[in-house]
Design a binder for this molecule. Structure first.
Ligand code: SF4
Ligand code: SF4
Ligand code: SF4
Length: 337
C-alpha cells in the first residue's frame, strides 16, 4: 500500500481522503504566544544592549526570540501536512545553536568517546552534564525528542531528500550501533589506560570532537544517499542511540492512539514514519507507541487522516519493538517520497 500527499490532502492507494478536523479549527490567536515571547525577548535584548551587557548575551536573546517566534510560530501556523518542514526548521535552529555552543564553549568532546573519557577518567563535567540531561534523564520524560528536534546530526540528515523511506534493512543491521558503541568504549579505555591519552578536554578534545562530527556527517549522508533514507545512520550506526534507546523505553511522553481507530485501509502513519514503526500495531493492542525507535517527530500525529493519534503522558511497563520490516516495504527497492 502506498500513500502520498496531494494538494495538501492526504490520500492513500485505497482512495481514502483524509479529514482535517483539528486543522479546520486552527485559531490564528495561537500565534500570539510564540510571537509575544519573541518580542518580549527582543525587548529584553534591546534593554541589555543599552545597559552594555555582554554582546554574546544580547545575541543569544535575539536568537532564542527568533527561535520561539519564527521556529515554533511557523510550526504552529503550517498546515498539518507540511508541519514536518517546520520541525526541520526548528531542528536546524536548535541543533545549530547547541552545536555552536558545544564547539565554541570549550566544554570538551561531546562525541560518545568524550563521555567515555569523562566516565573512565572522571574529567569533563560538562560532557557528563550534557549526556545526563539530553541522553539519560531527559529521555526518561521526553523519550528521544533529542533525535527528532535537536540533534546536530539529525538536523543535517533531515535536509536530504529521503525523509520518508519505505525501506528498512533487516534487524541484524541495527546491531552495528551496539558494536560501534562497544568499539568506541574499548578504544577510549585503551588510549586512557595504556597511553594516558586524554581526548576529552583541551585541544585534543576539540580535535576529536570536530573530527568525529565530520566523520559522522560523512557516514550519515553517504549511507543515507545509498539506501535512500535520511535516518539510516540513526537506525543502524549511531552509538548515541544506544543509551537513548535504553532510557526512552521508560519515557513518560509517547504517542498514543484510539484503539477503535479504523486503520485497516489506511497505513499512512506507517508509510510516513521516518523510523518505520508499525504504529497501528501498538494502537490496536491498546498500547502507546512503545518503540524505542520513536523520535517524537509527530509526523504520524500530523498526518493521521482521522486524528486518531496524539501525545500523552503515562507510564508503561515492558513493550515490544514493532517495526515495519515486512512486505511490501522490505520487498521494495529503496525509494523516497
Ligand atoms: S540516533 Fe544519533 S544521529 Fe540520529 S538523531 Fe539520535 S543522536 Fe542524532
Ligand atoms: S511513531 Fe510517529 S512520532 Fe514516532 S518516529 Fe514515527 S512518525 Fe515520528
Ligand atoms: S493511526 Fe491514523 S494514520 Fe495510522 S493507520 Fe490508523 S487511521 Fe491511518
Amino acid at each position: 500500500m502506498t500513500s502520498h500527499v496531494t494538494g495538501g490532502i492526504m490520500a492513500n492507494s485505497n482512495g481514502r481522503k483524509g479529514r482535517r478536523k483539528r486543522r479546520d479549527v486552527f485559531d490564528e490567536r495561537m500565534l500570539i504566544v510564540p510571537f509575544g515571547i519573541m518580542f518580549i525577548l527582543w525587548i529584553v535584548a534591546a534593554v541589555a544592549w543599552q545597559q552594555d551587557a555582554s554582546r554574546l548575551l544580547v545575541a543569544f536573546l535575539v536568537y532564542v526570540g527568533l527561535f520561539v517566534g519564527a521556529g515554533i510560530g511557523t510550526y504552529i501556523a503550517l498546515d498539518q501536512n507540511r508541519r514536518d518542514l517546520g520541525r526541520r526548521l526548528i531542528m536546524v535552529m536548535m541543533g545549530g545553536l547547541l552545536l555552536v555552543i558545544a564547539v565554541f564553549s570549550d566544554h570538551g568532546n561531546m562525541q560518545i568517546e568524550g563521555l567515555f573519557w569523562a566516565f573512565i577518567a572522571g574529567i569533563g563535567p560538562y560532557i557528563l552534564l550534557h549526556y545526563a540531561l539530553a541522553k539519560l534523564v531527559g529521555p526518561l520524560i521526553f523519550g528521544r525528542i533529542w533525535c527528532g528536534w535537536a540533534c546536530w546530526f539529525g538536523m543535517i540528515f533531515d535536509l536530504m531528500p529521503h525523509q520518508h523511506s519505505r525501506f528498512r534493512l533487516p534487524p541484524r543491521w541495527g546491531w552495528i550501533r551496539y558494536l560501534h558503541f562497544v568499539a568506541s568504549f574499548v578504544l577510549v579505555a585503551v588510549l586512557w589506560l595504556s597511553f594516558n591519552y586524554d581526548g576529552a578536554l583541551g585541544r585534543n578534545g576539540l580535535i576529536w570532537f570536530i573530527s568525529g562530527l565530520l566523520l559522522y556527517y560523512v557516514m550519515g549522508i553517504g549511507l543515507g544517499l545509498i539506501v535512500h533514507d535520511n535516518r539510516a545512520f540513526c537506525k543502524y550506526l549511531c552509538p548515541i542511540s544506544v543509551p537513548l534507546k535504553a532510557t526512552s523505553r521508560f519515557a513518560l511522553l509517547k504517542v498514543a492512539g484510539n484503539k477503535e481507530a479504523e486503520c485497516e485501509k489506511c497505513n499512512v502513519c506507517v508509510e510516513m514514519c521516518p523510523m518505520n514503526i508499525d504504529i497501528p500495531k501498538y494502537i490496536k493492542n491498546g498500547q502507546r507507541v512503545l518503540s524505542t525507535e520513536c523520535t517524537l517527530c509527530l509526523t504520524c500525529i500530523n498526518l493521521c487522516p482521522d486524528d486518531d493519534l496524539w501525545l500523552s503522558f503515562g507510564l508503561d511497563i515492558g513493550g515490544k519493538e514493532h517495526i515495519d520490516y515486512i512486505p511490501p516495504r522490505s520487498r521494495m527497492k529503496p525509494k523516497s517520497t
